[in-house]
Design a protein around this ligand. Structure first.
Ligand SMILES: Nc1ncnc2c1ncn2[C@@H]1O[C@H](COP(=O)(O)OP(=O)(O)OP(=O)(O)O)[C@@H](O)[C@H]1O
Ligand SMILES: [Mg+2]
Length: 502
């Protein structure tokens, strides 16, 4: 196969970090190439360079043998390169169609030939098996659909080379399967795909070749069929990964979280929780399994004071939490790892040390009168960075400059250090590399050993199976089944998740 892109001796540094350290990478026309590497290895940076978003300090880029210099994404798009970022850049109050033609070269002034564009878009979407309603508003469609809009946008602009930065991190298992089908059909039509992911099973299923980065360097480039999950994990993190966490044998203590028959609406004011009850005791991990959209998000919100319940009751260590705000949930001993770290976990343009004390700036030892004791905050942050292996140039950089996985580690570090009575963990390992997942799982087990109560909400069934003492299945806003960890198979839980019966 012909080499379509060559990135040669690419060097890129940020203050205090050498993100890409002399990377040479060849991409063959029509392949699905997977870029793998631990959090902070330099994957997004390299792809942002290829897409013209970042300028490299040194090195060359060739497309079909011709040297190119990009001064922005516009140049990359002109050369047929498109990128789908992890966080979409769509306008929620516009329709799909309006989003698709926004900013496109084909649109000149007011003479929008909407009908023609629409026909063309319909043709493209059916050619690649991406049926969608072009007249729907983006705010009303699912995350998976929004991603399709982003992909369609690239195709409409004539992209031949498509970069996906962790496209599956936010998708449900069903949506992931659909994305694979789309990727297959893109490849069949001759498109070249570069794909970043942390899910090694996906790498094995979907890619032709894998390039592994570590510490800003290429460690390996292999054909997928010559390797396996274990070997890939080892290449990524430089040590063996076990994929199984030791569950400590702790005695469960008193009941910490008591939820009785709660009802709540979702953000579109439709019933989301419909008589849900559960409890979690000290020293116990309770996993909530379910297909996305069955009330998990609302459950986590009501348990952290971010959403009001209509009726029912929530007790934390015996305290009735009716009508309490999220700050009062914190004070009652709740910690929260939110499913969306950008929305609820971090303030990206605040320095890392402030993010690591969010929620307790006004408490000891960080409050000095009405002021923040900066030294105390920075010392604390340094300790957490060390303990949780957060890869960063220092405590003073803005949280937004951290790699996706390291942002997640920062949230987890802060929440676990609160020494909560109850930890509400929602998709805690989203976007983490296999080594970091193992580490976070160990930390959750340590919290269990320390007698904390833990409610784990995750779409990763293997994570739930691995960590939980009890597994609850949520379906249409209610708990419809309960299993003891270790006494049930993934298949059985899967059946219940779909609303079936044991
Ligand atoms: N805009 C920026 N400013 C400063 N530092 C940055 C910036 N972007 C990335 N970095 C740093 O460059 C390094 C590589 O980050 P990058 O985002 O490329 O990692 P990654 O491989 O994509 O990791 P992840 O899997 O966690 O997303 C990190 O140490 C990160 O902190
Ligand atoms: Mg990244």
């Amino acid at each position: 196969m012909a080499v379509i892109i060559k990135m040669e001796n690419i060097i890129k540094s940020f203050p205090g970090v050498l993100a890409n350290n002399n990377i040479t990478l060849e991409i063959e026309e029509g392949e699905i190439l997977c870029l793998l590497g631990e959090n902070g290895a330099g994957k997004s940076t390299l792809m942002n360079i290829l897409y013209g978003l970042y300028c490299h300090d040194q090195g060359n880029i060739y497309i079909k043998g011709e040297k190119v210099e990009f001064s922005g994404p516009g140049d990359a798009i002109d050369r047929g390169i498109g990128m789908v970022h992890q966080h979409f850049m769509l306008v929620p109050v516009f329709t799909v169609l309006e989003n698709l033609i926004l900013g496109s070269e084909l649109v000149k002034g007011l003479s929008l030939d909407l009908l023609r564009s629409k026909k063309e878009l319909e043709e493209i979407s059916s050619r690649y098996g991406m049926e969608m309603n072009l007249d729907a508003y983006v705010r009303d469609i699912s995350v998976g659909m929004q991603q399709r809009v982003e992909i369609l946008k690239l195709l409409y602009r004539g992209a031949d080379i498509m970069i996906f930065d962790e496209p599956t991190a936010i998708l449900t298992p069903q949506e992931i399967n659909e994305l694979y089908k789309i990727m297959e059909s893109l490849r069949k039509k001759g498109k070249t795909i570069i794909f970043i992911t942390h899910k090694l099973k996906e790498v094995m299923e979907i890619s032709d070749r894998v390039v592994v980065l570590r510490d800003g360097k290429v460690i390996e480039a292999v054909e997928t069929k010559t390797t396996n999950v274990k070997e890939l994990a080892q290449m990524m993190v430089g040590r063996e990964v076990l994929f199984k966490t030791e569950k400590p044998d702790t005695k469960t203590g008193r009941e910490i979280l008591h939820v009785d028959n709660i009802y709540a609406l979702n953000k579109r004011r439709l019933p989301a929780l419909k008589g849900l009850s559960l409890n979690v005791s000290a020293g116990e991990v309770v996993g909530v399994a379910g297909i996305d959209g069955n009330g998990q998000t609302e459950l986590v919100e009501v348990l952290t004071g971010l959403r009001k319940i209509g009726s029912g009751s929530i007790l934390i260590d015996g305290i009735n939490m009716e009508n309490r705000k999220s700050g009062e949930f914190l004070d009652a001993g709740t910690a929260h790892i939110p499913e969306d770290r950008l929305l609820r976990g971090l303030i990206l343009d605040f320095p890392l040390y402030e993010n690591l004390i969010l929620g307790y700036e006004d408490k000891k030892p960080f409050a000095k009168g009405i002021f923040l004791d900066f030294n105390a905050a920075r010392d604390w942050a340094k300790k957490l960075i060390d303990k949780f292996d957060i890869r960063t140039a220092g405590v003073n950089v803005n949280a937004g400059t951290l790699s996706g996985g390291n942002q997640q580690k920062a949230v987890i570090a802060r929440e676990l250090q609160r020494n909560p009575k109850i930890l509400i963990a929602s998709q805690p390992t989203r976007g983490l590399d296999v080594g970091a997942i193992e580490f976070v799982h160990e930390k959750i087990m340590d919290a269990k050993k320390d007698n904390r109560a833990i409610l784990l909400v995750s779409l990763e069934l293997s994570e739930i199976m691995n960590l939980s003492d009890r597994i609850l299945v949520i379906y249409e806003g209610k708990i419809i089944a309960e299993f003891k960890g270790g006494e049930v198979t993934e298949a059985e839980i899967g059946l219940m998740m779909a609303g079936g019966h044991r």
